[in-house]
Design a protein around this ligand. Structure first.
Ligand code: FES
Ligand SMILES: [Fe+2]
Length: 446
């Protein structure tokens, strides 16, 4: 599996067999099952009904009740450092611009023109003045501009979305230019990452992820820079990826030759349940740390981040912010996955590697970046193949409800998140928080 497959056939949707479970049980029945299953303790936990990954109706429900209601991470501030810098992306069917305003505020604007609904920066159009400097992986663009101009009838917009010019509209009665502009969605910047909330009802990002912020401070991600970006066309449900990302039990199988020798599955452990996020620890073997240190001394890997304590510089850390914020950290890098759910069985993924800004001036920067990218491609390709095979399994009539290992605690916690959100709550609000596995190998929370 290679990164980015533009125009790749949508295999799952094109085969009628795979559509079988798209219209199955009513959503309320599926949600009842989710709540009952997630209420079981970890040692009796099991997988959720396959319909949550395959049904059109469930996809519609989670889009409205989770993805549009909660915060979604769009960008990192290093991608738009100056006033006028912007990136474009599509998320949940919304064509968006994330732009750094003249007033220093980062905004998320709809790209849909308020005149006749044209996408004002459509893929493939060369819009004068907008300096689309870098079309990344065929879909997202980055650029710099003073104004946005719709290519259909040349209306122009300020960086905050307000209408600036609208040619030949002087005979239009009661046309209020001041009331006309691009739709702006609620946007927050937290630890250097830009988030959008489509419903406008979410509590501040900083409240939801408060404790995670304390933990992330050692990496200081606001002072990092995105140095690698790769887009992936995914033939699986977004939650298949979240679950795969969150547990390391599969190092035994999927990554038996890549990650398991470095980070054995049985050494991984998960912290106590929080309302807003999951935190897992993935210790590196001492011999691997020694090799990594030697490679950093030789200039073939990025240097260790100096501000990390002994534990943080000797393991990978996993952070899963509900619903879809995915970070993993290492002694010398910070990795962010952005998932865009497209249909029940199709998603688009952007994987990004960040390092401290000061690393850009290292003489060995290019070699270190290439090495970090190569490693990510190698093990993430294994995850891509696994997730696609899981999605195919979820459609099959032979698909069963499985039992789970204590090493899959993060998957169980994510299921408890889905159950809580189905009642408009967050985990650990209505039920006691599940305790930490505390680094005890084989520990099972009561
Ligand atoms: S649709 Fe944008 S100016 Fe007409
Ligand atoms: Fe994996």
């Amino acid at each position: 599996m290679k990164p980015l497959l533009p125009g790749a056939p949508n295999v799952t949707s094109d085969i009628p067999f795979f559509r079988a479970r798209r219209q199955s049980k009513p959503v309320e029945e599926i949600l009842r099952d989710v709540r009952e299953t997630a209420a079981r303790p970890l040692e009796r936990s099991g997988t959720l009904p396959a319909e949550i990954y395959t049904s059109d109706a469930f996809f519609e429900w989670e889009t409205q009740n989770i993805l549009q209601k909660d915060w979604l991470c769009l960008a990192h501030i290093s991608q738009l450092p100056k006033a006028g810098d912007f990136i474009t992306l599509d998320l949940l069917g919304e064509p968006l611009i994330v732009v750094h305003g003249k007033d220093g505020v980062i905004r998320t604007l709809s790209r849909v023109c308020p005149h006749r609904a044209m996408d004002i920066i459509p893929p493939g159009f060369d819009v004068p003045g907008q300096n689309i400097a870098d079309a990344r992986d065929g879909q997202d663009c980055a650029g710099h501009t003073r104004l946005f101009m719709c290519p259909y009838h040349a209306w122009t917009f300020e960086l905050d979305g307000k209408l600036k010019g609208s040619p030949e509209m002087h005979l239009a009665e009661c046309f209020d230019r001041a009331e006309t502009g691009l739709t702006a969605f609620p946007t927050e910047v937290w630890n250097g990452f830009v988030f959008v909330n489509f419903s406008g009802t979410a509590e501040p990002v900083a409240n939801l992820y408060a404790e995670m912020s304390d933990d992330l401070a050692a990496w200081n991600p606001a002072e990092m820079e995105v140095v690698v970006e790769m887009a992936w066309d995914c033939e699986f449900n977004w939650k298949v990826l979240v679950e795969n990302f969150s547990e390391c039990y599969h190092h035994i199988g999927t990554h038996s030759k890549t990650l398991q020798p470095l980070m054995p599955a049985k050494e991984t452990w998960t912290e106590e349940e929080r309302p807003g996020f999951i935190r897992e620890h993935v210790p590196l073997k001492q011999s691997v740390l020694d090799e990594l240190k030697a490679a950093t001394d030789a200039g073939s890997e990025f240097p260790f981040i100096e501000s990390l304590d002994a534990r943080k510089s000797s393991e990978w850390g996993l952070f899963i912010g509900y619903p879809s914020l995915l970070f993993f950290t290492g002694p010398n890098q910070f990795v962010w996955y952005r998932i865009d759910p497209l249909t029940p069985d199709r998603s688009r993924l952007l994987t990004s590697i960040l390092v401290p800004k000061s690393y850009r001036s290292l003489p060995q920067f290019e070699a270190c970046r290439d090495s970090a990218k190569k490693a990510l491609v190698e093990f993430h390709s294994e995850d891509m193949d696994t997730c696609a095979a899981v999605q195919r399994g979820l459609y099959a009539s032979g698909c069963q409800r499985g039992r789970m290992s204590h090493l899959e605690m993060p998957v169980w916690l994510f299921h408890r998140f889905l159950a809580a959100r189905s009642k408009g709550l967050w985990p650990a609000q209505e039920t006691p928080a599940a305790p930490s596995q505390n680094g005890r190998v084989g520990a099972i929370p009561a």
